[in-house]
Design a protein around this ligand. Structure first.
Ligand code: GLU
Length: 445
């Protein structure tokens, strides 16, 4: 059997978002499952919009999520190869030179639309006489289009089933822009052929591209990969996620403290009907990965759910998995375990531990105490005593207060929690109180 080769091919013109990562996972997990090769291909022929900063961020995001590539390829470094293939296509008269400006093309499209015609390029450049072409060449930049056959392209899609696209209703695609930029359509075919890519999974929005690319593969006498087109992710209002929907960029989710495993497990189950399995790591997910479980119907993605999954994952971490982070935020070794047991059920993100630790170290800042509770809190302050405390110091304190003030239940616990933490809810006071090192003054409301 031939070795499977898959790739993820982002353009480094923006941050990766959950939609991109879903595509990356479809390819990565398939490669991983069968011990195949996984290539990170950077589609960076657009010099103006591609940046090194985005390339670095893409790599950071993938690594953070546990998606590791076997090699990186970069389209901007392969322009000579693309030129070579362009010459081959020119020699076969499969590409033709066009001179229309963007504005002219736009006007043509408008006219066709007004006449109720599909906005397909009219191939007027093919009708130019050689002299006309020479004249135009002196005046303006030319771009190159691929001459589609007009036939129906058919393929067996791994997700969508049999697909037929009539290329007679598709514009001949531009392969090279007036400024000399090679466009994705051709560059991707050459790369997939040269790197021996066997399978490509990408969004259903690429169907037409696929038909066009299959024609190009044929004309270059290369085997087209097996294609699969997955559904697109929509938000709660049914809108497609675009690259510019920064709110769901991987970078922003990381900054919010979402666990990488929450993102991966959510995306792998999305659209399958399977429950989110937070217990499996990415390698285990790969073993169970089946493309046939997915469909082409749009899937809704709920950002809130990530917080819930993340919380679930965090609560299962043991000391070995969290100790380093606790050390990083300053929790001393000898109380790390007690601190984690106290805090773990109360956080959606690791970052929230920072505030809980600050509370332990510095006490609540100026908690507001109602006038009717002031005297009670003053009695409490007299009893609280110095840090370090014992594991039963909360029981001792509250028993004592009950005796002295006659208060009990909510009347006793709420003002005390408010005073000690500045909040009316949070971790179990029995576990939290022994870790509180300082008591601050309070304000009267
Ligand atoms: N750069 C293309 C994109 O991000 C790659 C598509 C493909 O997988 O072929 O849409």
């Amino acid at each position: 059997m031939t070795k499977r080769v898959l790739r993820f091919a982002p353009s480094p013109t923006g941050y990766l978002h959950v939609g991109n990562i879903r595509t990356a996972l479809f390819n990565y997990l398939q490669a991983k499952k069968v011990g195949g090769e996984f290539i990170l291909r950077l589609d960076d022929t657009d010099k103006e919009r591609s940046t090194q900063q985005f390339i670095d961020q893409i790599k950071r995001d993938l690594e953070w999520l546990g998606i590791h590539w076997d090699k990186v390829e970069q389209q901007s470094l392969r322009i000579d190869r693309y030129r070579e293939v362009l010459i081959e296509l020119k020699n076969k008269s499969l590409v033709y030179e066009c001179f229309e400006t963007a504005l002219e093309l736009e006007l043509k499209r408008k006219k066709q639309q007004n006449q109720g015609l599909p906005p397909v390029y009219d191939r007027s450049a093919l009708k130019l006489e050689p002299e006309e072409r020479n004249l135009l060449r002196d005046k303006t930049e030319s771009h190159w289009r691929f001459l589609l056959s007009g036939e129906t392209v058919t393929w067996e899609d791994e997700i969508a089933g049999e697909i037929k696209v009539r290329t007679s209703v598709v514009s001949d695609p531009i392969l090279v822009k007036g400024n000399g930029q090679f466009l994705y359509t051709l560059a991707s075919v050459i790369d997939d052929a040269d790197f021996g890519v066997t399978n490509v999974v990408r969004g259903i929005d690429h169907l037409t591209n696929t038909a066009v690319q299959i024609e190009i593969f044929k004309n270059l006498s290369s085997n087209a990969p097996i294609f699969g087109h997955h559904s697109l992710i929509v938000d709660s209002s049914g809108e497609n996620f675009s690259k510019r929907a920064g709110g769901l960029s991987i970078k922003s989710l990381k900054e919010l403290g979402i666990e990488p495993r929450a993102i991966v497990s959510k995306l792998v189950s999305l659209g399958t009907g399977d429950r989110v399995d937070v217990d499996k790591n990415i390698d285990e997910l790969a073993q169970n990965f089946e493309l046939s479980k997915f469909s082409t119907a749009p899937v809704r993605f709920d950002k809130e759910a990530l917080g819930v999954i993340s919380r679930k994952i965090l609560s299962t971490l043991d000391m070995g998995q969290i100790s380093e982070y606790l050390g990083f935020i300053g929790v001393p070794n000898e109380i790390r375990e007690d601190f984690w047991i106290m805090a773990k059920e109360n956080i959606n993100t690791k970052e929230e531990l920072v505030d809980i630790w600050r509370l332990c170290k510095e006490g609540a800042k100026n908690p507001i105490i109602a006038p009717e509770d002031r005297q009670f809190i003053e009695v409490a302050i007299g009893l609280i005593g110095e840090y370090p405390r014992k594991s039963d110091s909360w029981q001792i304190l509250t028993e004592e207060l009950k005796k002295l003030t006659g208060r009990k239940g909510k009347n006793l616990f709420m003002p005390l929690r408010n005073f000690l933490t500045g909040k009316s809810d949070g971790p179990d006071m029995k576990k939290l109180f022994p870790l509180i090192q300082k008591i601050q003054n309070f304000q009267s409301s």
